[in-house]
Design a binder for this molecule. Structure first.
Ligand code: PEP
Length: 250
């Protein structure tokens, strides 16, 4: 059964005090959502977030991880380190990682493999740039991003995968994809999974939309049949806005 999921990507925002304040506000609003709710604070605040949310239904995710267990990778964080602070979910392939840290399909494939080996849940992000869409290449770009990093996994691995379609032109720009554009792409993605795996897997995988989702536009996006939730950046930093988005995903 497909799940409704709303995940908040806090990016490089919120120091320890701000993390605690936002978590306290979210805990107060927690009971109002039926969707699975996930927040992804910055690495240094994952332990604190994990402790604070230990008895809560809100899950904590990391925004990235390395593919190795340990070793000479200055500045990196491994899956086992994340798990040791209670984090079992990781966002991989975010467009900012692809753009500013040169993460490509091959590297992401290695990260996917590691996360699966460690039994972690993966929120796998992908999406086209405006220049791709403007020349009609958006389906092709999305297909190759998904195929190259994910389509080697086994059928049973799909229970650990959440897909997140995030058109790059919509991230942090205020220019949200229309519900029709998002629905069209999500249907394409689901069909891609069906063609390469089977209809049980394609029907069960949750496909989130991300890109300037707000408390105002969330209802019309989340009412679309193929949109199973949202990956939220900016609006996840404001408790009332994030809670409204979580409530809309039912
Ligand atoms: C994101 O960073 O994943 C994102 C969707 O950001 P925003 O909601 O701010 O566009």
């Amino acid at each position: 059964m497909r799940k409704k999921i709303v995940a908040g990507n806090w990016k490089m925002n919120n120091d320890l005090a701000a993390t605690n304040t936002l978590i306290s506000e979210l805990i107060k609003k927690e009971k109002t959502a039926n969707a699975d709710v996930i927040i992804a604070p910055t690495f240094v605040n994952l332990l604190e977030a994990s402790k604070r949310l230990k008895d809560s239904s809100i899950k904590v995710a990391a925004q990235n991880m390395h593919f190795a267990n340990h070793g000479a990778y200055t500045g990196e964080i491994s899956a086992t380190m994340l798990k040791s602070v209670g984090v079992n979910t990781v966002i991989l392939g975010h467009s900012e990682r692809r753009e500013f840290f040169s993460e490509d399909d091959n590297l992401l494939k290695q990260k996917v493999n590691k996360a699966l080996d460690e039994d972690m849940q993966i929120i796998f992000c992908f999406g086209e740039k405006w220049e791709d869409r403007s020349i009609g290449k958006h389906f092709m770009v999305v297909e190759s991003q998904i195929k190259n990093a994910l389509f080697h996994i086994k059928n049973e691995n799909w229970k650990s995968i959440v897909l997140a379609y995030e058109p790059v032109w919509a991230i942090g720009t205020g220019q949200t994809a229309s519900p029709e554009q998002a629905q069209e792409m999500h249907a394409f993605i689901r069909n891609l999974v069906k063609e390469n795996y089977n209809s049980t897997i394609s029907e069960d995988v949750s496909i989130l939309y991300g890109g300037s989702v707000t408390s105002e536009n969330c209802k019309e996006l989340l009412r679309e049949e193929e949109i199973d939730g949202a990956l939220v950046g900016g609006a996840s930093l404001i408790a009332s806005d994030f809670a409204a988005i979580c409530r809309a995903a039912e």
